[in-house]
Write a protein that binds this ligand. Structure first.
Ligand SMILES: NC(=O)c1ccc[n+]([C@@H]2O[C@H](COP(=O)([O-])OP(=O)(O)OC[C@H]3O[C@@H](n4cnc5c(N)ncnc54)[C@H](O)[C@@H]3O)[C@@H](O)[C@H]2O)c1
Length: 503
């Protein structure tokens, strides 16, 4: 077994395209020697030139010294001959995403490198077990899954295939750290960790749109303002490109044997089929100008010139979060006079379900999402037969108080509760199937997708029992197995245990 800490460890990089170049750069920045190989004639040299140009830019920006850049230039050699990878203690493969190409390559690599060298694949979607299948020593084959752009994305997933030797996993953790990345160890499973976990965010946004609950602009605004996500799901899809996220969604969904939790919507596919890939094509969920700025950004705020309400009847008394929100909006609670707006804080239940269960008048009910940050924006929701006058009077009270109301159609769990419960529930499922430790699931989702909190941390913040109640209520309302609570979440909610508790 190679010494992953060896000062003179040589890293082989195979495939000098977008990812290979990033991997070369972080290996060099980690002080390692690199031999880079590409099968395309001149491909490795072109990769080297691109990496060296990037290092030059870092010198210009003064984030790298001239001496350090010169040392890295010295430490990099490129070749069009696979035999030159012989001195590599670890080879990272970043060639085309094709199982036959990778299998054949790994066979050739085994014949070139020392018997104790590690062979790692940067594949996004191919099982490591499948790549290692025809290797003579599958124990030394693992995944080392970087994120694009590699130098900016700190996370690296170390994928343990079914035959991977635990010492190889440990060595890759050390090597990943030497590359300046933060490694998390992940089981060999479709989409690995981040590409599977990320499905909750995008596909639930799409389901809210599909059901006619809210527009992309409304979902995005609520996720940013109330959920503190840097971007909403529709912005994110348009940025990464629907030509990328639709196929990834389908691969993960199909490899999980069509698990409805991972199901996307026909509209996602329609955008893909129409070539509306997002920013890169000028049109996706939004329209963009040549600079990538959204044209005529749709508003998420409810426009009304109604007179603000000042009194309402509260149908869910003793809810502290609701009481505080109503206070801020200058809304006082009174006994129901049969004509005033009725407000209720709902958790996972839709307005129709609440009215049917409690006998509340659906024409006057305005449901309020009290969860998340309501300092800038609040989500209001009504049942199908609601009188818009009551909704507008309550919305106007929030406008007056400087809180933008987003008014949506009836939805179990509004926008934020539903999105966060989905993210948390899928995170719990990842823990249940042993994809990674609960702490690593949180860490990977924060580093890989810029989430403000990891999925289990979201459940902790919302309350384990409440998170379970929300997803269970959505499941009850929809009877859609997409929303079935993860047993991990259910058991911890039932027993009053922390959501991170293992065992
Ligand atoms: N692009 C991403 O965002 C991303 C993110 C994570 C992982 N990945 C994975 O990384 C890998 C590479 O992706 P990319 O975007 O860098 O691709 P790319 O097309 O930019 O580069 C692939 C390179 O591999 C070379 N190549 C192809 N077959 C080869 C072979 N048999 N031997 C040697 N070189 C060969 C090509 O000449 C090319 O230079 C894929 O497995 C992909 O799934 C990509």
């Amino acid at each position: 077994m190679i010494d992953p800490n060896a000062k003179d460890l040589v890293v082989g990089v195979v495939g000098c395209g977008a990812m290979g170049q990033g991997i070369i750069q972080v290996a060099l920045q980690g002080g390692l020697r690199v031999v880079a190989y590409d099968a395309r004639a001149g491909g490795a040299a072109a990769g080297r030139d691109a990496v060296l140009a990037r290092l030059d830019r870092l010198v210009e920006k003064q984030t790298l010294t001239t001496d350090a850049a010169a040392a890295m230039r010295e430490a990099l050699s490129v070749t069009d001959d696979i035999a030159d990878l012989a001195p590599a203690g670890v080879v990272v493969e970043a060639v085309f995403e094709d199982i036959e190409v990778k299998r054949e390559l790994f066979g050739k690599l085994e014949a070139v490198v020392a018997e104790d060298a590690i062979l790692a694949s940067n594949t996004s979607s191919l099982p490591i077990g499948s790549i290692a299948r025809s290797c003579k020593h599958p124990g030394r084959v693992a995944g080392l899954h970087f994120f694009n752009p590699v130098p900016l994305m700190r996370l690296v997933e170390v994928i343990k295939g079914p035959a991977t030797d635990p010492a190889v996993v440990d060595a890759l953790v050390t090597i990943g750290t030497r590359f300046g990345r933060t490694p998390v160890v992940v089981k060999d499973s479709p989409g690995f960790l981040v590409n599977m976990g990320g499905r909750a965010f995008t596909t639930e946004g799409l389901h809210l749109q599909h059901e006619g609950v809210a527009t992309p602009a409304q979902v995005d605004a609520v996720m940013r303002d109330c959920g503190h996500f840097r971007m909403g799901p529709f912005q994110l899809m348009d940025l990464t490109g629907i030509d990328v996220n639709y196929p990834v969604s389908m691969i993960v969904f199909e490899q999980f044997l069509n698990d409805p939790r991972l199901r996307t919507t026909p509209h996602h596919r329609a955008l893909f089929d129409a070539g509306r890939f997002g920013r890169k094509t000028g049109q996706g969920h939004y329209r963009y100008d040549a600079k990538g700025t959204v044209i005529d950004p749709p508003s998420a705020d409810h426009a009304t010139d109604a007179a603000p309400a000042s009194v309402v009847h509260v149908a869910t008394p003793n809810d502290q979060a609701l009481d505080e929100l109503l206070d801020r909006a200058g809304l006082s609670s009174r006994a129901d006079d049969g004509a005033m707006p009725i407000v209720a804080a709902l958790y996972g239940e839709d307005a129709s379900g609440f009215c049917a269960r409690t006998g509340t008048d659906p024409r006057r009910l305005v449901a309020v999402d009290t969860t998340g940050d309501t300092s800038k924006r609040v989500t209001l929701m009504t049942a199908p037969s609601a009188d818009p006058a009551h909704r507008d009077a309550v919305a106007a009270a929030f406008v007056k108080a400087g809180v933008a109301p987003t008014v949506i159609k009836d939805s179990p769990g509004f926008i934020l509760q539903r999105m966060r419960a989905m993210i948390a529930n899928l995170g719990c499922e990842m823990a249940q199937i042993g994809l990674a430790t609960p702490a690593d699931i949180d860490l990977a989702m924060k580093l890989g997708l810029n989430y403000p909190l990891g999925p289990l941390e979201i459940a902790k913040e919302m309350g384990v029992a409440r998170t379970h109640a929300i997803i269970a209520a959505i499941h009850d309302a929809t009877r859609d197995p997409r929303y079935r609570p993860s047993l991990w979440l259910r058991r911890r909610a039932l027993l009053g245990l922390p959501v991170h508790a293992t065992g």
